[in-house]
Design a protein around this ligand. Sequence first.
Ligand code: CA
Length: 712
Amino acid sequence: MQVWKLAATAALALGLAGGLAGCGESAPEGSAPPTEGVTDDLIAAAAPEEWLSYGRDYGEQRFSPLDQINAENVGELGLAWSYDFDTARGQEATPLMHDGVLYTSSAWSKVYAFDAVTGELKWSFDPEVPRETLVTACCDAVNRGVALYGDKVYVATLDGRLIALNQADGSMAWETDYVPDHNSYTSTGAPRVAGGKVFIGSGGAEYRARGFIAAFDWETGEELWRWHTVPGNPDDGFENDAMELAAATWAGSWWELGGGGTVWDSITYDPQTNLVLFGTGNAEPWNPAANGRESADAEGDDNLYTSSIVAVNADTGEYVWHFQQTPEDRWDYDSNAQITLADVEIDGTPRHVVMHAPKNGYFYLLDAATGEFISGNPWVDINWSLGLDPATGRPQINPDARYEVTGGVWVGLPGAGGAHSWHPQAWSPATGLMYLPANLAGFPFAADNDFEETELGFQTGIDGAATAMPPVPEVREAIMAGTTGALVAWNPLTGEEAWRVDYAGPWNGGALATAGNLVFQGTATEELRAYNATSGEQLWSFATQSGVIAAPMTYSVGGEQYVAIMVGWGGVWDVAPGILSAKSGTPRNISRLLVFKLGADGSLPAPPPLAERALDPPPFTGTEAQVTAGARTYARFCGTCHGDAVVAGALNPDLRHSMTINNFNAMKSIVIDGAFAHNGMVSFASDIDEEELENIRQYIIQRANQDRDLGE
Ligand code: CA
């Protein structure tokens, strides 16, 4: 054991860990918070008419006190106006509304400002994200929204820039390139603001990222503090005591692949405690044996502070508390789901709590000031954990779930997509229920025992070829039957489900709850629906012509209440096995902003028909050895975008249909020579040579022939 590890372990054992200091130097103070426009007080007051930050209020409850649209009259809701975006990628943003102007962001991190009543475009801003950024982004070119503060609008771009625009005209006030590099770090989350600062993290835990959250001066863009979520190389020295303590929970040379733990979505500022609470992502690589980040017995290497909620002081970025939900994560159980704050009564005592449902399938209540565990209940089927310690909330890990130890394929519940990912939950203080979009799907984990770090692509240490969906009808049907979704109304205090609505597939939209006793949610099956918040009865729906993954929001101008939602299918589930297409018709991507009000009767233009294309591949002339090798290389470098087992979703080309499989040189011009780099399909010459490409081509040809024979 290295000296630093001994020292940190000793500090823990002797109880010297109290009062963890942050960085030795004090953080720069920065500009005073704004006193005009969108101020801290205005966000905290959360006027019913407005929607000023990602989760509406600082507690991120996504509950609107507006009740003009309610369970009695929601049937009269109609389309007031819409706007078509110039992109066909996933739309994940929640629009904001201030002073009669609706602000939103689209895929590729573009920002738009509309007249909230008429839909007239006031301005738009394109940060011109290089399309080749797509190859370093795990989950599509999505953006979850902007922040408003003072007279500015903030967006974090896919390629890792934080940009401040002027609300009045969309002109740029400042921009800062805040990620360590552009090969492993991307950004998709909405910034949050408080105390004169803009908070943002990044994605990249499937690549080579070392997670962090940082605070920037709202007026100048100066970086005020940065807190890493995982320790770096001990030889470089630790930034603070929290990193030194965390290092004792890792083995091997974890820092070589970054360590992960990225802060890619949830950030919640708590004005009661002046803490910034954020969720961290998986440890990197997923398979802990792939670079030896675990000890030989696989026990006790928690890999702090991955798959955790962490709280730091908003002014200084100093560590205050953490609660790790998934120690020794090897299942991609990110804790990045939205963190909601609420004041509830537990056993007769008022408590200020965190409500959180991360990917791992438990619903947690924690004390918001201390991180103390209050309760945790599985709200979906899980098999990776055998239960939580009732005092500490620490999970007892199912030994079978350590797939790198047991060998073979282990089907985890929840799957890597998570029981609940970034899709926002909504908490109604009126019903006492949390409304949660659920993904009900397993994921087959298998360790890649020959893992080697590569220039491009995921560095997860997972053998995707061993677990690719086989061309066997019975197996495919079983996978489809086991892959569904739901909207679950959950009582966090009793740990019981009040009601649920089942969906044919996963990856449905986020939720909105209102004082009109309504819950709104968009679906993968191309609808926006309204439910009775108490009973779950469906009261209204609108055909969105596109799969919906974003969350709706609501606002009021001139005494009229509106409901707005971004529609446009995409994100990581687009490349899941052709489950959705088989069950509900491939969700289309027609990227739009839709805005509704009572009595409106607007309509959308007729959508193009769903594409029906017969498979017409060349005959398979390769060898089984080529297919075996090609399947492995495909899973490592191609499957992330083009789909498991070469069955693509709606966004990226389905290579079974590609003309290039007829001609090696045509495929080479794209994959090796980079002919489509301008489109985001960069050259893979660093990791794929001509022989490997021919293996991939033969694998695709065989897959296309198999699926044609299956009549797909
Ligand atoms: Ca992840």
